[in-house]
Design a protein around this ligand. Structure first.
Ligand SMILES: NC(=O)c1ccc[n+]([C@@H]2O[C@H](COP(=O)([O-])OP(=O)(O)OC[C@H]3O[C@@H](n4cnc5c(N)ncnc54)[C@H](O)[C@@H]3O)[C@@H](O)[C@H]2O)c1
Ligand SMILES: N[C@H](CO)Cc1c[nH]c[nH+]1
Ligand SMILES: [Zn+2]
Length: 426
């Protein structure tokens, strides 16, 4: 999006450019970091932290430092964190699944049982901003799911510690294993382990393009939640939308990262022109205007669509992290949205309510990955396991069919494992 003159583009010429981390340069850089950590352990982590964070930081954060950070937090922030935590916990408790138990007609019992993961690594970003809210979003669903072992990684600031508010949030939630390490090196350490950091079964949490790329790279050796990279918002607005609200919400995501994306789709040229004017006006007063401006120049757009139907089709193709519906009857359009991380309805649900307080999770898939993955939730910290119990009668009834299938696959030992019992039962 250009900011020096009104810039509204037609739907036909809109192509959303997103940095995926797939480009050779980022991929190679991250691959080198991951290999360095695998080969060099703690020593490599310290070296990489010096390079990318510019500090010599001890890896482990002492519980006293977390408690001190919690005590030093402004009372209203402490109160807001506690209230947000309660709301997030409530919504994630409501997501706890039920086991399935099916008693079959031949006497068998078939079960699908949910089990918490044993140990997870959670990432709270900390490069361009501090994310105590992400600590809540990462940790609470894990706790609700019943995960016993949680390791939190977040990059150190100039004092060698993760941001004080991140430490305070960890203390509030009772997380006692915190590492001052960030970026791709943190993901590699959690995936493969070092002398100090024990490897985990799954890594969750958002981060910049290096974090997101490292998660892609270690996936398979450990589980990951989703590709939760630089944030994105698409606002679908009609002529009833307030241009100042639309502009404010685009800027709210643009201020995260120069790689953030912010797009408004509307069938009203007049609305888009007014949004542009509002962006220029509001941007000038932003504390992070340099980041937001760069993000808008690279990944921002005001797109004139033929109709709101077309806007929703476009949303489904883009599969953005966040969608805001600032239209008349937003529920009508919600019903047609199939691929988005999270949707915010109406003029009084700006996306930051979800970032901080509503109780929904703000760790969400970006870069089109909402086509196949979802935002973080309680189920991400659980896995399903099936169980089957046969009686002698069940086996006797099913044996001929199992044996026939085993023979069709030429797996005679399979057949015999059933036959040996059947013969004994005769
Ligand atoms: N999708 C989501 O759910 C979600 C939620 C919250 C935040 N976010 C995103 O998280 C990101 C946070 O980014 P951030 O940068 O502030 O913090 P970050 O913690 O993700 O990244 C900081 C780390 O990046 C590494 N790094 C920086 N420059 C590097 C380079 N040139 N080469 C290799 N490594 C390098 C460093 O190790 C540093 O510690 C933003 O893009 C934000 O939009 C996304
Ligand atoms: N909008 C970000 C990605 O969903 C999350 C966040 C945290 N703090 C503020 N915003
Ligand atoms: Zn945000």
């Amino acid at each position: 999006m250009r900011l020096d003159r009104v810039d509204v583009i037609e739907q036909a010429s809109f192509k959303w450019q997103r940095e995926t981390g797939r480009d050779a340069d980022v991929w190679e850089r991250v691959a080198r970091i991951v290999e360095e950590v695998r080969a060099g352990g703690d020593e490599a982590l310290r070296r990489l932290t010096r390079t990318f964070d510019g500090v010599d930081a001890p890896l482990c954060v002492a519980p006293e430092a977390m408690e001190a950070a919690f005590r030093a937090l402004r009372a209203e922030v402490r109160d807001a964190l506690a209230r947000a935590a309660e709301r997030i916990r409530r919504f994630h408790e409501a997501q706890l699944p039920q086991d399935v138990v099916l008693r079959g007609e031949d006497g068998e019992t078939l079960e699908m049982l949910w089990r918490p993961l044993r140990r997870v690594g959670v990432y709270a970003p900390g490069g361009r901003a501090a994310y105590p809210s992400t600590v809540l979003m990462d940790v609470i669903p894990a706790q609700v799911a019943g995960v016993r072992s949680i390791a939190l990684a977040s990059p150190p600031g100039p004092d060698g510690l993760p941001h004080a508010a991140v430490l305070a949030a960890a203390h509030l939630l009772g997380v006692d294993e915190v590492y001052a390490v960030g970026g791709a090196q943190a993901v590699a350490a959690l995936a493969y382990g070092t002398e100090t950091i024990a490897s985990v079964d799954k890594i969750v949490g958002p981060g910049n393009v290096y974090v997101a790329t490292a998660k892609r790279m270690v996936m398979g050796d450990v589980g990951i939640d989703s590709i939760a990279g630089p944030t994105e918002v698409v606002v679908v607005a009609d002529e009833t939308a307030n241009p100042a609200y639309v502009a404010a919400d685009l800027l709210a995501q643009a201020e995260h990262d120069v790689e953030a994306g912010a797009v408004c789709l509307s069938s009203s040229r007049r609305l888009l022109e007014r949004v542009h004017a509002e962006i220029v006006r509001q941007l000038a007063a932003l504390s992070r205007r340099d980041i937001a401006r760069e993000a808008l120049l690279r990944h921002g757009a005001l797109v004139l669509v033929r109709s709101l139907e077309d806007a929703v089709d476009l949303v489904n193709d883009m599969a953005p992290e966040h969608v805001e519906l600032m239209t008349e009857d937003p529920r009508r359009w919600l019903a047609k949205i199939r691929t988005a991380g999270a949707v915010f309805l109406g003029p009084y649900t700006p996306e930051p309510v979800g970032d901080y307080f509503a109780g929904t999770n703000h760790v969400l898939p970006t870069h089109g990955s909402a086509r196949f993955s979802s935002g973080l939730g309680t189920l991400d910290f659980m896995r399903r396991m099936t169980a089957a119990t046969y009686t002698a009668e069940t086996l006797a009834r099913h044996a001929p069919h199992i044996e026939a299938l085993a023979e069709a696959e030429s797996l005679t030992a399979h057949r015999d494992a059933v036959r040996i019992r059947r013969e004994e039962l005769r």
